[in-house]
Design a protein around this ligand. Structure first.
Ligand SMILES: O=P(O)(O)OC[C@@H](O)[C@@H](O)c1c[nH]c2ccccc12
Length: 255
């Protein structure tokens, strides 16, 4: 048997959690709840003039190990004061040490839009995101074209901004065909964790018309400027912001 990649392992664990979610509630109830939950406009916040910063609350990751133990309410509020346009909150429990409680705490203590960052593999999880977040991450590598398009539509239907994440040309086509308006290019290869900011530079020209987020590996103001120059509307900054939140203010002041 071949060794599963971390991405496959995370997706398999997420599928188990989706099963539990479906046992505890039915899709109709979640759908209604998601429709009722009032959203903040994630896409609009990214489209504002200047480079937008999406600051991430990430206690740990498979690539970095333990990063920092924080109070998500306090940390989210801090990011907003530093000028973040949006927050990203990891809710994956095993390798990222996140939770839905972290998401709620960060959102309740801020007024900016919040994305649920997880390995979403089931429509119940899209709807669950719709009951407490403003945007949902959909990793293109986890879907076939039809399913991705279906989840993008479902997210939009319940008022969420779907952020479709890609890492190569093939996934770029998938994202464009899915109808997503906001596309994230992950500079980190989720199979081997190598990071290359050239990934965004290479793929951005293929994605004209979409709102573009440069994700991962943005560690310095110089990196953020490089992503902006390559066409990024926003940068998504995790580890570097967790270690030094003042970076957010300096990145957000780039015009
Ligand atoms: O810590 P970094 O290198 O700044 O990366 C942030 C973010 O892009 C990264 O956490 C991320 C991008 N895509 C993901 C998918 C799942 C979990 C996490 C991620």
């Amino acid at each position: 048997m071949s060794r599963a990649t971390v991405l496959e392992e995370l997706a398999a664990a997420a599928l188990l959690r989706a099963g539990e979610l479906r046992e505890g509630t039915d899709l109709d109830t979640l759908y209604q709840e998601a429709l009722l939950f009032e959203k903040r406009d994630f896409a609009a916040a990214l489209g504002n003039p200047g480079l937008s910063v999406v600051s991430e609350i990430k206690r740990a990751s498979p690539s970095a190990g333990a990063i920092r133990e924080v109070d998500p309410a306090e940390w989210g509020g801090g990011y907003q004061r530093e000028g973040a346009s949006c927050l990203s909150v990891l809710t994956e429990p095993d390798r990222f040490k996140g939770s839905l409680e972290d998401l709620d705490a960060a959102r309740n203590n801020t007024t900016i839009p919040v994305i649920r960052k997880d390995f979403t593999v089931d429509e119940a999880q899209v709807l669950e995101a719709g009951t407490r977040a403003d945007a949902v991450l959909l990793i293109a590598a986890l879907f076939d074209a039809a399913t991705l398009a279906r989840y993008v539509s479902l997210a939009v239907e319940v008022g969420l901004t779907p952020l479709v994440e890609i890492h190569d040309e093939e996934e770029a086509d998938l994202a464009l065909e899915s109808g997503a308006r906001v596309i994230g290019v992950n500079n980190r290869n989720l199979k081997d964790f190598t990071v290359d900011l050239g990934t965004f530079e290479r793929l951005a020209p293929k994605l004209a018309g979409a709102t573009l987020v440069a994700e991962s590996g943005v560690r310095t103001v110089e990196d953020a400027r490089r992503m902006r120059d390559a066409g990024a509307d926003a940068v998504l900054v995790g580890e570097a912001a967790m270690r030094n939140p003042e970076l957010v203010a300096r990145m957000a002041s780039l015009t």
